[in-house]
Design a protein around this ligand. Structure first.
Ligand code: CAA
Length: 300
């Protein structure tokens, strides 16, 4: 299959990554089926997509007509068999949990047409392992978008051990059609993006934990000193501290090197439910509707 033959895309999961992925496919003219287990989650995701497209309309990067056409490209589904009917590509963007993803891929394999490519947006779980629960491992691939999906240019394309070269070509060309820059990596723990990003975030947390500097100082040094759009602690809050911890555990267990051991402070914060933006507090405290960056009173 070439990227030109992909016209219907099913996206499993309507959270931050899922709705962002639906947004970019729909805006590029693909028919998108967004699937989640609850209609309430799907309704919330549609509102988020509308709000994010409204931002683009206000900035002049999208016309009101193009927005309406993109929104009309998206349908919502709670039933997997219905959501994948006629799909040429299914992109899984569920929570970063191995058992959950394996179950989704078993079902996708059962319900999708034989030609359909199965992609995962996983940030660190092995594509080879995911592919192994299907009867089409050569058609399983990683398609790792970055958050916020409509803004970030990268798609990390991950070849599982058995991924067919034609499938990689299709996903590469498709990513370019979405206006993204794809980069191919092989399937080893954390791939490239998180193998390099997470140790930096972990080291920032260790620096805070050991009292080398405060939250504001660590983030300002990295933001202004390295021209990063956000400091590593703010970025950890943005990604979700639970996600950072789970990726670090994949690196630690998968590569067997103590340099990836998650900082005990990160473990404590996740256990206490301080997950960053999504829970309202992590290294910073977040007030809905406010863009002001306020350091959590625990670190002030
Ligand atoms: N949808 C559409 N547009 C969006 C958007 C969204 N969800 N979020 C932001 N934007 C747009 C804004 O409208 C704005 O557009 P213009 O440039 O045309 O004005 C632009 O993005 C910048 O947004 P803001 O002005 O609101 O805020 P900002 O300048 O502080 O930028 C940011 C916000 C883009 C998130 C920036 O801080 C950033 O790039 N941060 C780093 C993000 C990053 O590193 N992401 C990767 C995380 S790792 C990951 O995702 C993978 C993993 O496996 C863990």
């Amino acid at each position: 299959m070439t990227s030109g033959n992909v016209s219907i895309v099913t996206v499993i999961g309507s959270g931050t990554m899922g709705n962002g992925i639906c947004h970019v496919f729909a805006q590029s003219g693909y028919r998108v089926r967004m699937m989640d287990i609850s209609q309430a989650a799907l309704d919330k995701a549609m509102l988020t997509i509308e709000k994010n497209m409204d931002r683009q309309v206000a900035k002049g990067s999208l016309t009101a007509e193009a927005k309406a056409a993109a929104i009309a490209n998206i349908s919502t589904h709670t039933d997997m068999a219905e959501a994948v009917t006629g799909a040429d590509l299914a992109v899984e963007a569920a929570t970063e949990n191995v058992e959950l993803k394996l179950n989704i891929f078993r079902k996708l394999d059962e319900h999708c047409a034989p030609h359909c490519i199965l992609a995962s947006n996983t940030s660190s779980i092995s594509i080879t392992k995911i592919a192994s629960v299907t009867k089409r491992p050569s058609q399983v691939i990683g398609m790792h978008f970055m958050n916020p999906v409509p803004v970030m240019k990268l798609v990390e394309v991950i070849n599982g051990y058995a991924t067919d070269a034609e499938v990689t070509k299709t996903i590469y060309a498709l990513s370019e059609k979405l206006g993204k820059t794809p980069c191919v990596a092989n399937d080893y723990p954390g791939f490239v993006a998180n193998r390099i990003l997470m140790p930096m975030i972990n080291e920032a947390i260790i620096s805070l934990h050991e009292g080398v500097a405060g939250v504001h100082e660590i983030d300002t040094i990295m933001k202004l000193g390295m021209a990063h759009p956000m400091g590593p602690l703010q970025l950890a809050d943005f990604i979700g501290l639970d996600t950072c911890l789970s990726i670090l555990n994949v690196l630690y267990n998968g590569l067997g090197n103590t340099k990836y051991a998650p900082c005990p402070l990160l473990v404590n914060m996740v256990q206490a439910g301080y997950l960053g933006c999504k829970s309202g507090e992590g290294f910073y405290k977040y007030t809905p509707g406010s863009k002001e960056l306020v350091v959590s009173s625990r670190f002030a």
